[in-house]
Write a protein that binds this ligand. Structure first.
Ligand code: AMP
Ligand code: MN
Ligand code: MN
Ligand code: MN
Length: 272
């Protein structure tokens, strides 16, 4: 229920992601590119040709309490005007931010990072920190994606540029307008206090959000247990997904995702 193609910061085309998912035994598959739905047509065509059930998705960038959070929309109708207008606005800030990131990297002794990262972005409108990270690894500045985020690009570090993405209200309302279900992506990645987490989950639920990722490539197994408890506490449906970007990056591959802890209702219960 969560993965990426070349439409955002993945390295395989939507059709190639469909093929890899199918080869790994996936039967129900959602593509969830960042802030962009233009890969869903190709993904659906390939998925259906291979006999998989396809769930159109998106992963929307949100700023909440000065931090970035990601809200996944599942089962969206990708031609919804409200959703598309919102995503177009979010994407508009990325090029300016990428140039600013490159200026900051230059001050840290890494020249020409914008020009270097651009060839990694198959969709230049979606240039992201992941593309910069791939360039910095190729140039030998770091060995791993996590290393780049720990040293240069992570939130609050010298080369990261604070962003105002969408608000939580906007992201959830666009997903609902498009007929989808809103899901909190990888909650274990957010640096909030317990009080902030409670405010965040409560607000998300009040806005009409219905799901939370429990099992994801971004979570340690201890966090499967922790967010299963959160799902039960707030009455959220549980989601899981690899957050696959590339065969060489990330902890989980497509279809190779541990089962949800027991006692949860999967977000896909209506789709199978
Ligand atoms: P952006 O949307 O440009 O801010 O880039 C965020 C993307 O960076 C995420 O979607 C991940 O694919 C990737 N990423 C990899 N490691 C990290 C990390 N430690 N923190 C945040 N993002 C990461
Ligand atoms: Mn990503
Ligand atoms: Mn994410
Ligand atoms: Mn993702």
């Amino acid at each position: 229920m969560h993965c990426h193609s070349t439409i955002s910061d993945g390295v395989l085309t939507p059709a190639e992601v469909a093929e890899r998912a199918h080869a790994n035994g996936v039967q129900l598959w959602a593509l969830t590119d960042h802030d962009e739905v233009s890969g869903l047509g190709q993904a659906r065509a390939r998925a259906e040709a291979l006999g998989m059930t396809f769930i159109p998705g998106v992963e929307i960038s949100v700023t909440w309490a000065l931090h970035t959070v990601h809200i996944v929309g599942l089962g969206i109708s990708e031609d919804n005007p409200q959703l598309n207008a919102g995503l177009t606005d979010i994407r508009a800030g990325r090029t300016i931010r990428a140039r600013e990131m490159a200026d900051r990297l230059e001050q840290m002794g890494i020249p020409d990072a914008y020009e270097g990262a651009l060839p990694y972005a198959a969709n230049p409108a979606l240039i992201s920190r992941t593309h910069f990270a791939r360039y910095l690894i190729a140039q030998g500045y770091c060995d791993t994606m996590q290393g780049v985020f720990d040293k240069y690009l992570g939130d609050g570090l010298a080369a990261s540029v604070p962003m105002h993405w969408s608000t939580l209200e906007q992201a959830v309302s666009w997903i609902l307008a498009a007929g989808g279900q809103a899901v909190v992506a990888h909650p274990g990645r957010y640096d909030y206090t317990p009080v902030q987490f409670d405010a965040f989950f409560s607000q998300f639920k009040d806005l009409g959000g219905t799901g939370i990722e429990v099992v994801t490539g971004s979570h340690h197994p201890d966090e499967y247990v922790k967010y299963a408890r959160v799902a039960r506490q707030y009455g959220f449906l549980a989601s899981s997904g690899s957050d696959f970007h590339s065969p060489k990056e990330g902890k989980l591959d497509l279809g190779n995702v541990p089962a949800l802890p027991s006692g949860l209702t999967p977000i896909w219960h209506d789709w199978i």
